[in-house]
Design a protein around this ligand. Sequence first.
Ligand SMILES: Nc1nc2c(c(=O)[nH]1)N[C@H]1C(S)=C(S)[C@@H](COP(=O)(O)OP(=O)(O)OC[C@H]3O[C@@H](n4cnc5c(=O)[nH]c(N)nc54)[C@H](O)[C@@H]3O)O[C@H]1N2
Ligand SMILES: Nc1nc2c(c(=O)[nH]1)N[C@H]1C(S)=C(S)[C@@H](COP(=O)(O)OP(=O)(O)OC[C@H]3O[C@@H](n4cnc5c(=O)[nH]c(N)nc54)[C@H](O)[C@@H]3O)O[C@H]1N2
Ligand code: SF4
Ligand SMILES: [Mo]
Length: 723
Amino acid sequence: MAKPPLSISELTDRFGPHLNYTPAGGWQAQGEPDRLVPTHCCFCGQQCGIILKVKDNRVIGFEPREDFPFNRGKLCPKGVKRYMQNEHPDRLLFPMKRTDQGFMRISWEEALDTTVREIQRIQQQYGKDAFAMLSGVSLTNEKSYLIGKFARLALQTANLDYNGRLCMVSAGAGNKKAFGLDRAANYWEDIVLADVILVTGSNVAECSPITTDYIWRARDRGAKLIMIDPRVTPLARTADLHIPVRSGGDSALMNGILHVVIERGWIDREFIEQYTSGFEEVRETVRKYTPEYAGQLAGVDPALIVRAAEMWGPAKTSFLLHARGIEHHTKGVENVLSCINLVLATGRIGKPGCGYGTITGQGNGQGGREHGHKCDQLPGNRDITNPEHRRYIAEVWGVAESEIPGKGLSAEEIMEAIHAGEIRGLLSICFNPLVSLPDASFTREALNRIEHYTVIDFFLSETAHHADIVLPGSLHEEDEGTATSAEGRVIRIRKAVDPPGEARVDWHILLDIARRLGREKYFSFQSAEEIFNELRVASRGGTADYYGITYEKIEQNQGVFWPCPSLDHPGTPRLFEDRKFFTPDGKAHFHAVEYRPPAEQTDEEYPIVLTTGRVVSQYLSGTQTRRIGGLVDQYPEPLVEMHPKLAEKLGVKTGERVKVETRRGEVTLNANVVETIREDTVFIPYHWPNEQSANLLTIRALDPVSKIPEFKVCACRVSRAGS
Ligand SMILES: Nc1nc2c(c(=O)[nH]1)N[C@H]1C(S)=C(S)[C@@H](COP(=O)(O)OP(=O)(O)OC[C@H]3O[C@@H](n4cnc5c(=O)[nH]c(N)nc54)[C@H](O)[C@@H]3O)O[C@H]1N2
Ligand SMILES: Nc1nc2c(c(=O)[nH]1)N[C@H]1C(S)=C(S)[C@@H](COP(=O)(O)OP(=O)(O)OC[C@H]3O[C@@H](n4cnc5c(=O)[nH]c(N)nc54)[C@H](O)[C@@H]3O)O[C@H]1N2
Ligand code: SF4
Ligand SMILES: [Mo]
């Protein structure tokens, strides 16, 4: 018997409200598209190619792009549903101000006037740096560049930072130290040619799903796969070797692997001598990291360390990939350097099938970390404290060098300064810190203290609830631009539709604020391409050199890999082929790394390791994906993953409530009892707000170099709820 039709509300729950259900039954045909717009997914750093189907200024559907060389027709569940944000009823359609009765619609005039008046009041009263800006790298390169310039020349504040501070900065700092340049060393085709692939701290199948395809293609050729993770993630279940490191043990573990590689003579002496520096110190340092000692520090069987060395050491080609699992630590930079040491010691970089890379996170996690919206950075990945770099950018911008503020506070430090009353005002775009910063109760306290807060977003995020003024910005497909993928490939994001209602293109809003601040002469851009052309010049001669990349060239070549220093340069898919590195002496640098414990270790009171991360169907703070019915269905609420032995001790089963407590706070969630996690560890995905927020538990401890928070390890206790 045919099932009765679902009610409208059931349909909306299941599929989201964008599809027009006709009471007569079935879906209303959306008709044939009048335009097809090739562009890219707005979510992760893989930047899969998609085609949006557009009819009457509405996105009515989409197809994956078969022609785009990275994903070749593949997409993950988020990519498939991304276009459902388009006509979502939660889209912000007009500016609003917060009143005692809730948010009230206001005019753009009033919204912008209030924002500018408050910026000026706060800066006059407390100084320029008392007004901060936070930004994000779901934004295009054009917007990232513009925001760097906007904060320095329109707001004239030093305090600009971005959400990549929670994401890419440990890798960035490690890459710069070792190679003098911050990008994956290879395009992903080199993964396919590797004989051994070592992946650490990355849940590839759920978080960079299309990378799985490259690893599988390598394995079809016989490649071996080593996965290092406290959980047996979906890809790890198929690995040749899985090492269940205890969160925080990575630098010891990598030192242990290198110890064995050196002892067995698997190093590349010629490469080390000619092209690197610092090896002797590393050799000295890892001498004591025997498999037994390293295994004890990392909480793993020493035999696994030996096995990993035996797989990596003699291989002819290899690829090492890592992600936030090793980077979200108070020693994130050291963890990254310990991985790079292994790659350099075996000399397997800059050749076909020989490579290294961090898997970037947000859509433009790569490009967004190059063009100057980091607190310590100017465009082209220049250093804001370097006088020569400052002079160059001052010239491009047409200002005196002294007009460019100095190094500002990093994202978490900005929140701490707001909490301390040192920063009084904030403008944020593309960042949801209440959900994504550690120690959410502290963040909430800070937001409650702020004197003025303006947000630019297309949905009312949890943080935006604290804003005084909300400005409706643009979705990915409502603006032109470029982004840079995990591979270092600069690609074109194309406009498909106009922003709905009174919503406006993000950068038009920034230009309007700059004009009202009396700084329009620095912001006369008429198009995204004009911004890009200035970015090209600003990046010229920097390590992230985009000068030779144009919109036309990107379109003709399915993307261009930077560095691309001149118009006739084809781009650089594989770095370091000429054995030249971008450090001052042209060599790759080893860095000796001693193991340090995490900021908070387990003890009698808090005996369990808490680690946090992601699930395939949700994205970051969830503002976008918690609004898409089909994705919510896949994983509707955060679960506490735990091993059956721990569950038995606590007397809980899957689906029963457990309380997880740390020194910062507590949450009560359902247990998910799985054999794929260490017995001493629990894992909670962080995509949910309020009482379901994993970040109520996490610790505000930062890496001293990169200033990334230690999301991946703190101490907790777990109990049956109500007991
Ligand atoms: N579905 C989905 N995909 C995404 C995102 C998303 O939110 N959802 N976000 C994007 C972004 S911005 C990012 S940054 C990436 C993140 O991508 P990943 O870094 O792959 O994702 P995470 O879940 O944060 O962490 C990865 C793994 O680290 C492990 N881990 C925890 N502690 C340690 C440790 O001490 N050592 C080691 N070796 N491993 C550890 C966890 O068990 C987890 O499996 O994903 C991108 N893609
Ligand atoms: N416990 C724990 N916490 C974590 C992590 C973890 O693993 N564990 N991971 C960290 C990592 S790696 C990351 S990257 C951060 C991410 O943390 P956030 O950056 O705070 O997360 P998003 O959800 O991307 O928030 C971005 C906001 O920008 C909006 N937005 C997206 N695109 C655009 C755009 O084009 N224009 C405008 N105007 N707005 C836009 C979205 O609607 C959303 O409200 O979270 C970090 N927090
Ligand atoms: S892998 Fe990333 S870019 Fe590709 S469809 Fe999924 S979320 Fe989008
Ligand atoms: Mo990230």
